[in-house]
Design a protein around this ligand. Sequence first.
Ligand code: COA
Length: 269
Amino acid sequence: MDSLPRLASSSDKKDVLNFCQNTFSWGDYIHEVWDNWINEGHLIVIKNDQIPVSMAHAGFYPDEKMIWIEGIRVSNNFRKKGLAQKMIHYFEGKAKSQEFKISRMLIASENNPSLKLAKKLGYKIISKWNYFSLESKQISQQNTMLSDSCLIDCEELDMEKYNFIESWRWIPLTNERLKKLNSENKIFCQKIGSEITTLGIITESESFENTVILEILFGTELETMIKFVQNIAYKKNYSKIRILTELESLPKIENLENKFPFYLMEKKL
Ligand SMILES: CC(C)(COP(=O)(O)OP(=O)(O)OC[C@H]1O[C@@H](n2cnc3c(N)ncnc32)[C@H](O)[C@@H]1OP(=O)(O)O)[C@@H](O)C(=O)NCCC(=O)NCCS
């Protein structure tokens, strides 16, 4: 067994996907993201007899001094031997050497082994997120015209409180990022007078196939916002919408499915 993780190469894909098929009750998503993660870098494996038996990926965010650790997988026969721990320590070491301050990951609330792993390594739950899925759908003009998104000023928002979710990564929302999202028309915002009453961020996932992510920050006009996104996704030929929010419930909308919750976990490095 390799004593240290090493960078994965494209030729590891087949062996890795072999042990990343039925990871969860619903399957796994590694096959969707592998090529993007290889291109992005920071995709690691540990090998036994030259065959990968574990993998993990990290996104590095120098502006926010943060790493995001994701896709930790250990092949069944090689679990409980410290491999996951080794991969996480590897990334934390890289991050610390660049003077990053935080490491984050997302763990499904029902994934006890992973929660134990993260807690053992010093990660704390900082928020709980609910995950809903929905199909795209054409909505009549009348409904969607209601909701012209409007620009917001950074000063209007207490940004410390919020994260921006990019391809299932929770990144602290900064002024720069908010400005960029604004200029790309990715913010859905409704106001009454100067008060923001409904706020969401709509992104097209770079790593996940065919998916629009709607992050709901807060809102009184949730149904309008969700239908607006359903329609945009339909027009842009996306079939899947993933809604992520700290809210516990959403308005009743046809085919809106409430999936399991996730914990956002963080460790100060
Ligand atoms: C979760 C997972 C990555 C752990 O990998 P691993 O290499 O077996 O973990 P490690 O051997 O490094 O374990 C380190 C610590 O994690 C915890 N842990 C790991 N597996 C556990 C289990 N099945 N039950 C309870 N605690 C567990 C323990 O605290 C353990 O420390 P200990 O050995 O001193 O008790 C592995 O089970 C896996 O691939 N699961 C499926 C995919 C998954 O859930 N990925 C994470 C998504 S966020």
